[in-house]
Design a protein around this ligand. Structure first.
Ligand code: 6GU
Length: 243
């Protein structure tokens, strides 16, 4: 899979050389290219923004500069999907990550200031491109770079061969079960006067599975009532805790 990230702060994306995503790049599973938006400016000051039509505070990123950058990195690849991180987008979830991981080419356009001129998304949609405007949550960041880091990591770890043991992708929070993950423990079995739940030492796998599912349900009910409300009742069994 290829991902191009365009930003006025390409150094922000340096963290993508590290850890699992860095390894995926070096092994060729992920062709990640980071670009400086200012490479597509035409003036001496390498201007990327201007004042908003209609007035108001802040600056808006120019569509001509973005258009040149996006045309250049999309090339004539008809599969190229334009992703625009923005706090006004729909919320990026594990479902988006799963869908993106099946694609061949993403272009992530990181805006700053008050955002990118709205005609950019409009133009690529009109040209028949897929365009996704996505937020990573209900808070305000200074630009799309941190959101791009989040999205590339969430997608990158789902690419076949990136996570060493694919089993670890199965039972996780925000997975298909629609529940948060149960609490986990390792050695030592007693620490600071705290002991691990005895059932985990029992070797009784059915009991351990039941205990983990109860804790996942309990935790999800306490922390994410919105996820409980969205649970598919058909997926619950008669032993599941009353929520
Ligand atoms: Cl994608 N961008 C910015 N600037 N702020 C955000 C965001 C994105 N998602 C949540 N807050």
């Amino acid at each position: 899979m290829r991902i191009d990230v365009v930003s006025i702060f390409p150094d922000y994306l340096a963290a993508l050389d590290l850890s699992l995503v860095g390894k995926a790049r070096r092994s060729g599973l992920l062709d990640l290219r980071v670009h400086d938006l200012r490479d597509w400016t035409a003036d001496r000051h390498r201007t990327v923004d201007d004042t908003p039509f209609g007035g108001g505070a802040g600056m808006v990123m120019r569509p001509d500069v973005w258009g040149a950058a996006i045309d250049s990195v999309l090339g004539d690849d008809p599969e190229g999907h334009l992703v625009i991180p923005t706090p006004s987008g729909e919320v990026f979830t594990q479902r988006h990550a799963e869908a993106f991981a099946t694609e061949t080419h993403l272009v992530v356009a990181c805006g700053r200031y008050e955002g990118i001129d709205a005609r950019v998304a409009e133009r690529y949609r009109a040209a028949g491109r897929r365009v996704s405007e996505l937020s990573i949550g209900d808070y305000v960041l200074n630009g799309g770079e941190v959101a791009a880091l989040v999205m590339v990591e969430a997608v990158g770890r789902l690419l076949p061969g990136v996570v060493g043991n694919p089993e670890s992708l199965v039972e996780e929070s925000h997975g298909a079960a629609g529940l948060l993950e149960y609490p986990v423990y390792t050695k030592p079995p007693a620490w600071e006067g705290l002991e691990i739940p005895e059932v985990l030492l029992s070797g009784h796998h059915a009991k351990i599975d039941r205990w983990r599912r109860d804790r996942a349900l309990e935790r999800t009910a306490a922390r994410r009532p919105d996820m409980v409300a969205a649970l598919d009742v058909a997926g619950l069994d008669k032993h599941d805790l009353r929520l």
